[in-house]
Design a protein around this ligand. Structure first.
Ligand code: SF4
Ligand code: SF4
Length: 366
């Protein structure tokens, strides 16, 4: 069982490479697979797949190699702090305030993904990645424990999993070695069937347990009333899962009356001609790859000025796209330039829009 940690490290490394490659292919199938796996077996994504999880584990190993002992956040404090990532997720769902997006800008997981996907990142984003990596030398999985919204989503989805870590209470000698190595600071000895949403299925607890077959991973046995409750849970969670999948994978097309246009009149105070200089009056079409598919725009040029930009269609999460669209289009029209900043937390959507406008003006496809 100890070998499993070597296998996990190799799988993490492989997934890091696959993630970098997957930016050029559709990830909907992968997403569906991850969601289903999470629902039935727990948050394997965080323990085995997430590239930034791998980076944190790597720095954890580096620290150990230099003899640095891991510190633990005191249990009493951890029991409060562990809800922070769910709170951030809730605020994000409610789209409450800009501060959430500021936090997301400081999300090393997202920054790291952007880094390996070849997207431009700011020096601050790199510093955030470096900061959390260095903290991992002293504390295990600092970002996952308290700030990761993705981990919070998957954790909630896994609450009713039927495959999980089981503890044989009769064999357990209460040495708590499992809890000492647990990177997520989970009270493993308090339960027999561990369904903690913070568990990342790293199996370090199983590897470290001195009594063979005391901790195992497998299907949990359910009593009849539990089976009935579980069936109800499956129905409810299937509905939530369907909505989640629909939200995450649906193509949202704006067309006809749904078209979204930003005009020079709306923006006000535009700069003098820049990228539209020398371009004759007309409406030009352009497209580019956004977060989950193609963004198509129509750019109207009059007197060498971009007068309006019209989103013809897009394939993206509506919330993120709208957030990017309003700011980015206004900035392009105001500055008469496509060299504008991407919106924090919606970088891919922003890049899609910016590149589509650039392509429209460069290709002059009427
Ligand atoms: S390491 Fe094994 S024996 Fe020790 S407390 Fe954990 S489950 Fe029990
Ligand atoms: S409970 Fe076990 S599998 Fe879950 S995070 Fe802790 S050590 Fe890893």
């Amino acid at each position: 069982m100890k070998k499993i940690q070597d296998y996990r490290f190799l799988v993490q490394l492989l997934c890091l490479i696959l993630t970098a490659v997957s930016f050029s292919i559709s990830f909907k199938f992968t997403l569906l697979l991850i969601l289903t796996l999470t629902f039935f077996t727990g948050v394997f994504y965080c323990g085995w797949i997430c590239p930034f999880g791998f980076i944190q584990d790597s720095f954890d190993h580096i620290g150990s190699a230099f003899g640095i002992k891991k510190r633990k956040v005191p249990k009493s404090l951890h029991r409060i702090l562990k809800f922070s990532r769910y709170l951030i997720f809730l605020l994000l769902l409610l789209n409450l305030s800009d501060f959430i997006f500021t936090i997301l800008k400081f999300d090393p997981r997202v920054n790291f993904l952007e880094l390996i996907s070849g997207n431009t990142v700011t020096i601050i984003s790199i510093l955030v990645v470096v900061f959390f990596s260095l903290v991992s030398v002293f504390f295990q999985r600092p970002f996952c424990n308290y700030l990761c919204v993705q981990g919070a989503k998957y954790g909630l989805l896994s609450l009713f999993r039927i495959f999980t870590i089981k503890r044989d209470d009769e064999k357990c000698i209460g040495c708590k070695k499992c809890e000492r190595v647990c990177p997520m600071n989970i009270d493993i000895t308090n339960s027999v069937n561990l369904r903690d949403p913070n568990c990342i299925n790293c199996f370090q607890c199983i590897s470290s347990c001195p009594i063979e077959k005391t901790l195992t991973f497998g299907k949990v046995g359910l009593s009849r009333p539990e089976k009935i409750n579980f069936s109800k849970g499956i129905v409810i969670f299937s509905l939530i899962l369907s909505l989640f999948i629909y939200y995450s994978t649906s193509k949202s097309h704006a067309s006809g009356n749904d078209r979204q246009t930003i005009t020079a009149e709306k923006v006000g105070g535009i700069a003098s001609a820049d990228i539209a200089k020398g371009i004759e009056d007309g409406t030009y079409n352009g497209s580019s790859k956004g977060y989950k598919g193609t963004v198509q725009v129509e750019v109207r040029v009059e007197n060498e000025i971009i007068k309006s930009i019209d989103i013809v269609s897009y394939q993206d999460d509506i919330v993120w796209f709208n957030r990017a669209k309003d700011t980015v289009l206004s900035e392009i029209i105001k500055s008469q330039n496509t060299a504008v900043d991407a919106v924090a937390g919606a970088t891919y959507s922003s890049s899609g829009i910016i590149n589509a406008v650039s392509n429209a003006l460069n290709n002059r496809d009427k």
